[in-house]
Design a protein. Sequence first.
Length: 310
Amino acid sequence: MTGAEALAGWLAALAEERRASPHTVEAYAADLSLFLGFLTRHLGEEPDVAALGALRPTDLRAFLADRAAKGDGNTTRARRLAALRSFLRHLARRHGQPTTALAGLRGPRAARPVPRALTAADAREAVTGIGAVHDPDRAEQPRMQAARDVALFTLLYGCGLRIAEALALQVADAPRPGAAGALRVTGKGNKQRLVPVLPAVRAAMGEWLAEHPDPRPDAPLFLGARGARLDPAVAQRSLRHWRRLAGLPEHATPHALRHSFATHLLGGGADLRAIQELLGHASLSTTQRYTSVDATALLETWRAAHPRAD
């Protein structure tokens, strides 16, 4: 049986037995047709089932390298490799062919998306303007909702917190106007860090605490309409509602405020290691993603400051 015949049989089985969508079948057909065409050139003849069973990891790596040379990115090559894995495992089940070619083979890593930060003006509008709008779908008092949302989103942008970290805080943790000291935050892996608190964050928090219905120290700092700890989805919906009213970008989300905190610090000349500590990143490589976000601003700073920039 030729490789093309084996492929046709597998695609038919996908459609008829596994009820795969036509789009999935079409995508697999395209990926594996490219692979069989490559093997015909690579081996000097059209491969049959036995030849497919005799493939080695180097043959698959050669295919991926060939596709990279033709312009495939990491994500595309990872998808093609996933199709290959499924096809070769099908051959192993149906025809008893070994899957030696898959041994120890790792696919290309998809590039991590670059964080999308807001401009400084949009970030300010997101955290302060939200207090001027009331979501009619919410069962809360407008004044309470406004004070809480301004405090929450000012905290995310002013201190670079993840939304889960902010919503885990208790009343006793709240930074207060006129007080000193950093905010202690518990992040991923139960790792704690200290974050400096801006006066604007303390002021917004003071206005929220004045409206807070449960002042006990062990009460959740941010409450929902029913008095329980605020749900992240509710906070996200609140910012989504405001960004549409205010004409802010669609990526104006709670997590974008954290990205903006890091990007704006970097643009202001902050040390990358310091930003890593403030964000609670375990690895500096995670923080280094922000250097690509702010590359344009950094280039302008260099041009303005370096004596040989001309």
